[in-house]
Write a protein of this length. Sequence first.
Lengths: 281, 67
Amino acid sequence: MTSTAIDSATRHKEDALRAWLRARQSVLVGYSGGVDSTYLAVVAREVLGRDNVLAVLGRSASVPLEQSLQAEAIATEHGVPLQIVDTGEVEDPRYAANPINRCYFCKSVLWEVLVPMSRERGLHIVVDGTNADDLGEYRPGAQAATEVGVESPLALVGLTKAEIRALSRERGLATWSQPSAPCLASRIPYGTEVTRARLAQVERAESSLRALGIEGNLRVRHHDELARIELDAALIDHWLEPANSRRIVEAVRAAGFDRVAIDLRGFRSGSLNVLDGVVAA
Amino acid sequence: MTSLESRLREVGFACRVETRERMAIIVPDTASPNREDRQRMIQLARTEGFTHVCVEIEPRGASLPRD
């Protein structure tokens, strides 16, 4: 699908989403400020009105501060009622041990807070931004949602990421072109403990690299003393030029890494799942 | 010396290769590789069974690259 044209199949899916939301009367949205949950929260606010929607943003060491601030700003801009809750997944030893189903424990902690909150607020259901494309991926966090009855209406009506981007663009949502932004723990190989110090190192390094002007997809993968940088393959030539690579090294060393490497294949979503053998190469 | 390191040296790229399970870390003796070198590195690393290949930039102790 092109970035501007909305085809009739996509329109029908959005109509189905609106009908689905209307039938629920009120929702609490697990909100991250990313492409999917922003679109969902805005559509829910349009359909149900401000009094029947609450977006809740989980704040923790595994979410970059800049991302949380941006999520807050987007909700405010689009009139979506927002509440921020501190989640303590990093303190959960099951999460910190960083098993391959780490996301299950993170989401369990989140939904343990959000599901009771929805009841206290009289909101009928809790929803998340899982989309139709996500259903084919390795996502242990989805199990935690299913266990407590969290629904995924974008996936239910079959909306894909590309369609959500197109519909977001049409609504003027700044998130339409935003790269995916999984939590910082996704930069730490499975089996390596997730600590506040490691998360902070990754956050500082990525923030500094953005400040240098690196655009598009960017991940700093944490391999102990070594930072392995994944960026869009088309940008590798530019950033490997000596003057630029020197700036990268300075920025990443200042964040606490001793060694810096560029991944030669560039950014790959779920790269550590491949490295750790969770999914096939 | 790893097999990948031997093969890279055979094709004229002076480097050291560290391996961490399925990841190869190429530490060049001098400047960073150009695009052609990088494509060759990726191909050779795949052949050797690596899923990830990266090149260390400005490794400590290496000669300084020139602009």
